[in-house]
Ligand binder design. Structure first.
Ligand code: ASP
Ligand code: MG
Length: 427
């Protein structure tokens, strides 16, 4: 008998029929003799709809009240799911984040989990009940207020529950079959991976892959939680995300050890914009000034490139999420005379392509394959950055899909058949 944590995303519980299907899946797991704890997201687009409503009544909704509102979405789905399980003759109990002991800091809308005290969950499990927990929400001890963990936070809820309860596995269900070598919507020949290292998964998630939320993967990595990403809409096995030193459960079951590929996957990101600060005086301290201003605007800087200067002035380009770019531009424009740069250029027609693989550490020539493939495709590179296990390039957004397909082929990642893509959101 195992303790299994399952997380169901909004698309898996979008309506009554889907809730019943999920209930059946949970009951089947219970029938197989396992203890089951479920973290559930709000139904379908509920969170977006609640956000829209909030914005209709107030231009800037009070953060405390917004969390009160948004957390209600998961209360609806958790109670309905428990009822559906009851009607199948099984005992189930739903709990809000605070009842489940999900203790967070006090930052509304982006709270971090600081402790999990699942006393009531343990009791319910000991009494033989299936436990359903509202995802995405917690409770702060000082303010005694309800908090939410940020969009997509239910993944983190599930992983945190798995860690606190010492679960055998944390299954994350969505409308995709697992982790793919690329987004199958962009690259139809993408293949589902049997497993992936959590370090590689983090790089993919940070660079545009949307199947798993980065904070959930980080949490799992830190606490040694085994994640199994799989689909609600099929019974096939998904992809295991393995932390350091973790064994692939399939190999433990006797499957032959697989040779690790050098490149695990290709990620595409259409969500970045490029800002160029042109004509910056080439003297010490200017980059510090610029990035302090950008950081203060709340923008999250990704890639940075500085040109060589011949004239005593230089250009500094960097990328930020599109949503952050207006704020960063405004902040920089306000300090133009202090910093002494000549002008600002904004470009949101860019796309970012990343190739990720732990094998890059030990193999040479990995980046040459990327550059050759892009060159053969006649695709121009605008920026390049690397980490130990990733190479990223910024391109025209209109080139990104074609570039990703070319590069995917060049690394030998293409599958024989086209990947199945279920209609849906990928959550
Ligand atoms: N319902 C929340 C959202 O849509 C949390 C989640 O789905 O994980 O962001
Ligand atoms: Mg959702």
């Amino acid at each position: 008998m195992a303790l299994i944590v399952q997380k169901y995303g909004g698309s898996s519980v979008a309506d009554a029929e889907s809730i019943k299907r999920v209930a059946k899946r949970i009951v089947d797991t219970r029938r197989a003799g396992h203890d089951v704890v479920v973290a559930v997201s709000a139904m379908g687009d509920t969170t977006d709809e609640l956000l829209d409503l909030a914005n209709e009544v107030a231009p800037i909704p009070a953060p405390r009240e917004l969390d009160m509102l948004l957390s209600s979405g998961e209360r609806i789905s958790m109670a309905l799911l428990a009822m559906a399980i009851h009607s199948m003759g099984f005992e189930a109990r739903s709990f809000t984040g605070s009842q489940a002991g999900m203790i967070t800091d006090s930052q509304h809308g982006a709270a971090r989990i600081v402790d999990v005290t699942p006393i009531r969950l343990r009791e319910a499990l000991d009494e033989g009940a299936i436990v359903i927990v509202a995802g995405f929400q917690g409770f702060n001890r000082d303010t005694r207020d309800i908090t939410t963990l940020g969009r997509g936070g239910s993944d983190t809820t599930a992983v945190a529950l798995a860690a606190a309860l010492d679960a055998d596995v944390c299954e994350i269900y969505s409308d995709v079959d697992g982790i793919f070598t690329a987004d199958p919507r962009v690259i139809p020949k993408a293949q589902k991976l049997d497993h992936i290292g959590s370090e590689e998964m983090l790089e993919l998630a940070a660079n545009g892959a949307k199947v798993l939320y980065i904070r959930a993967v980080e949490y799992a990595r830190r606490h040694g939680v085994l994640i199994h990403a799989r689909s609600t809409f099929s019974s096939s096995e998904g992809t295991y995300v393995l932390g350091e030193g973790m064994k692939n459960p399939r190999e433990a079951e006797g499957a032959a050890a697989m040779e690790e590929p050098i490149v695990a996957g290709v990620a595409t990101d259409f969500g970045q914009a490029k800002i160029t600060v042109a004509g910056v005086p080439d003297v010490p301290g200017k980059a510090a000034e610029i990035f302090k201003i950008v950081a203060k605007s709340g923008a999250n800087v990704d890639m940075i490139v500085q040109n060589v200067s011949a004239t005593g002035r230089t250009d500094i380009s960097f990328t930020v999420p599109k949503a952050d770019s207006a704020g960063a531009l405004k902040a920089l424009a306000g300090e133009q005379t202090e910093v002494g740069f000549q002008n600002l250029v904004h470009d949101d027609q860019i796309g970012k392509l990343s190739v990720v693989g732990a094998g890059m550490r030990t193999h040479s020539g990995v980046s040459a394959v990327l550059f050759e493939a892009l060159s053969a495709g006649g695709i121009n590179i605008e920026m390049i950055s690397t980490s130990e296990i990733r190479i990223s390039v910024v391109l025209r957004d209109t080139d990104l899909a074609e570039a990703a397909r070319t590069v995917h082929t060049a690394y030998g990642l293409d599958g024989d058949a086209e990947a199945t893509v279920h209609a849906g959101t990928g959550r």
